[in-house]
Design a protein around this ligand. Structure first.
Ligand code: NAP
Length: 252
């Protein structure tokens, strides 16, 4: 799958799935604009990409800031001339606890980071793509936005990721005739810092929830994002695409 000549924004690129996507999309010849809050981690990924001859620009910031979403689009245009795609992937799990014990601050942080950020990203990205009559946007949801799969204490996260699927369907419907495709990617448990990396007991618990009895490598999820951003998925829009090792068919 080729992204040659396409300029793509990736958020959450300092770690996990976003970092794997940055390396994979660069192999596929995309021009990249990478975002996250931690600039040193972004710079480390960008150095690897530049070392392999790739084209990359970085901008650190917080996805809950409206100005940051606009700044990423402006950087894509100023560095590479236009914006062709976006992998809006930044997200947080938040505190894992029952709703009866969940602080409102946790609820607000998770909804803002995972869902309000999608509104801000789309508001900035859609006009840049509609003006050219083409584009592809992918939002990282989760299997828990579709089916709980046996995960405890994640009501805020599940609400944000399910909300994202409804948001994607509306956005896809509004802009299909403009040539802009919008899809959601629903990973299963993936070995990343948010997915329990570094905690063998958590990794084993999550792996066992999957019929495949393992978690995904971040690159396996990035491959699906690459497909959704490439022209190979040209007839897909409004889809919640499960890449989840079968966890959504598990009977709890
Ligand atoms: P990760 O390694 O912890 O990466 C999360 C990324 O999001 C980091 O780059 C982080 O960068 C960025 N981020 C978080 N809050 C941000 C904010 N307010 N502003 C800007 N960037 C922010 O976790 P991951 O597993 O790769 O997660 C990527 C996406 O996959 C998330 O949306 C997550 O919900 C989803 N997902 C993960 C799994 C899993 O099992 N791992 C399963 C399903 C879905 P900074 O800290 O540098 O800002």
């Amino acid at each position: 799958m080729d992204l040659r000549g396409k300029t793509i924004i990736i958020t959450g690129a300092s770690s996990g799935i976003g970092a794997a996507a940055a390396l994979l999309f660069s192999d596929a010849k995309a021009n990249l604009v990478l975002g996250a809050r931690r600039s040193a981690e972004l710079e480390a990924i960008a150095s690897r990409i530049r070392g392999q001859g790739g084209n990359v620009a970085i901008l650190s910031g917080d996805v809950i800031d409206e100005g940051y979403a606009d700044a990423l689009v402006n950087l894509a245009r100023s560095e590479f001339g236009a914006l062709d795609g976006a992998f809006n992937n930044a997200g947080v799990v938040g505190d894992m606890c029952p709703v009866s014990k969940m602080p409102i601050d946790n609820w607000n942080k998770v909804i803002a980071t995972n869902l309000t950020s999608a509104f801000l990203a789309a508001k900035a990205q859609i006009p840049a793509m509609v003006a050219r009559g083409r584009g592809s946007i992918v939002f990282t949801s989760s299997f828990v936005g579709h089916s709980n799969g046996g995960m405890p204490g994640i009501a805020a996260y599940a609400a944000s990721k399910a909300g994202l699927i409804g948001f994607v369907k509306s956005l896809a419907s509004d802009h299909a005739a403009d040539g802009v495709r919008v899809n959601a990617l629903l990973p299963g448990g993936t070995i990343t810092p948010s997915g329990g990396e570094g905690d063998p007991a958590t990794l084993e618990f999550i792996a066992r929830l999957h019929p495949m009895k393992r978690m995904a490598d971040a690159r396996e999820i990035a491959e699906a994002a690459l497909f959704l951003l490439s022209d190979r998925s040209s007839f897909m829009t409004g889809s919640p695409m499960l890449v989840d090792g079968g966890i959504s068919v598990r009977l709890v």
